[in-house]
Design a protein around this ligand. Structure first.
Ligand code: AHM
Ligand code: MG
Length: 330
């Protein structure tokens, strides 16, 4: 028996038909991100062959400038989005100047935020890494987009997703009509629907945290880690948020990165990392919290804002919140 193969592009177009008044602009933007993901995937897969995974300021053996893989991914995504015609502004975790990039299409409806290649410590060692993206409708009505268009709360995202460059390359996205996952078939160069309507298990047995920071976590997070250890759970931590969250989405469990003594808001970025992944987790039936509040309701005040995060199976996140409230108070 043969199954009908549904490509990412086909799926995006089909989903668009379910949205009243859809004009096709969001679909086109998502397809452009899918294209950029294929190019980044190709570059990630050959990173060990050509020496592009090294330092950004060295030359390779042929004397060409060597571009670091995360910068290459950043440039590729910016160029695909700039040319797409569907977005007026872009913000990237890799751009340090705290200013969004404006595209020539200043009347376009959408803005995109992304982390081009997350899991920087894993890039050079052939361990899974990922791209994370969030799409919002701009809220200014005229002229060029402004910083304010980017500082929306996560609940206002119209679409979000990630690409995981792992043992295979997967793209998982939501337009708030459920979560679907696509695996790249390299032989035909297409993302094919492989994980339809992903639902996160209500509970799980895996907790994912950098336990080496234990002594620097607040008492509430420490208490939750003790609870996980005493419950016979397994600990898994890749150190690539996309890979850790992907496993959590599929198998159930909890991923968390609490604040630490020296970094009370933790390490992970609200706009590029936590909000898009929180939307996917919630759309799949999970929860995402900073320990006390819903991630998607946190007001955004700056582009590179950080937040503690606890996301995953609803029962586990709920338990973490309960213990944090008991131990740390409000
Ligand atoms: P990056 O944006 O520099 O790649 O950092 C984000 C990554 C996440 O993917 C991962 O969850 C976390 O940093 C790991 O941090 P740590 O090594 O402190 O556990
Ligand atoms: Mg990152």
């Amino acid at each position: 028996m043969t199954h009908k193969i549904i490509s990412l592009d086909e799926h995006i177009i089909q989903s668009q038909r379910n949205l009243p008044y859809a004009t096709g602009e969001l679909s086109s933007l998502l397809r452009d991100i899918g294209l950029a993901a294929k190019i980044v995937s190709r570059e990630v897969n050959k990173a060990g062959l050509v020496d592009i995974a090294g330092r950004a300021d060295v030359e390779n053996s042929s004397g060409d400038d060597v571009q670091k893989l995360d910068m290459l991914a950043n440039d590729l995504l910016i160029s695909c989005l700039r040319n797409s015609g569907e977005c007026c502004g872009i913000a990237s975790e890799e751009e340090d100047n705290f200013k969004p990039i404006k595209t020539p299409y200043k009347f376009a409806k959408y803005i995109v935020l992304f982390d081009p290649l997350d899991g920087s410590s894993n890039i050079d060692v052939n361990v899974s890494i990922g791209t994370i993206f969030a799409i919002y409708r701009r809220r200014s009505f005229e002229g060029e987009c402004t910083l304010d268009d980017f500082l929306q709360k996560g609940a206002d995202q119209v679409a979000a997703g990630y690409v995981l460059y792992g043992s295979s390359t997967m793209l998982v996205y939501t337009t708030k009509q459920g979560v679907n996952g696509f695996t790249l078939d390299p032989s035909i160069g297409e993302f094919c629907l492989s994980h339809e309507n992903i639902q996160i298990p209500k509970t799980g047995k895996i907790y994912s945290v950098n336990q080496a920071n234990f002594n620097n976590y607040p008492k509430g997070a420490q208490t939750y880690i003790m609870h996980c250890m005493n419950s016979g759970y397994t600990q898994r931590y890749i150190g690539s948020m996309v890979a850790d969250v992907h496993r959590t989405l599929i198998k159930g469990g909890i991923f968390f990165y609490p604040g630490t003594t020296s970094k009370p808001n933790g390490k992970l970025r609200l706009l590029y990392e936590c909000n898009p992944l929180a939307l996917l987790i919630e759309e799949a039936g999970g929860l995402a919290s900073d320990g006390k509040n819903r991630i998607l309701d946190i007001p955004a005040t700056k582009l590179h804002q950080k937040t503690p995060v606890f996301m995953g199976s609803p029962d586990m996140v709920h338990k973490a919140e309960t213990l944090i409230l008991e131990v740390d108070g409000v």
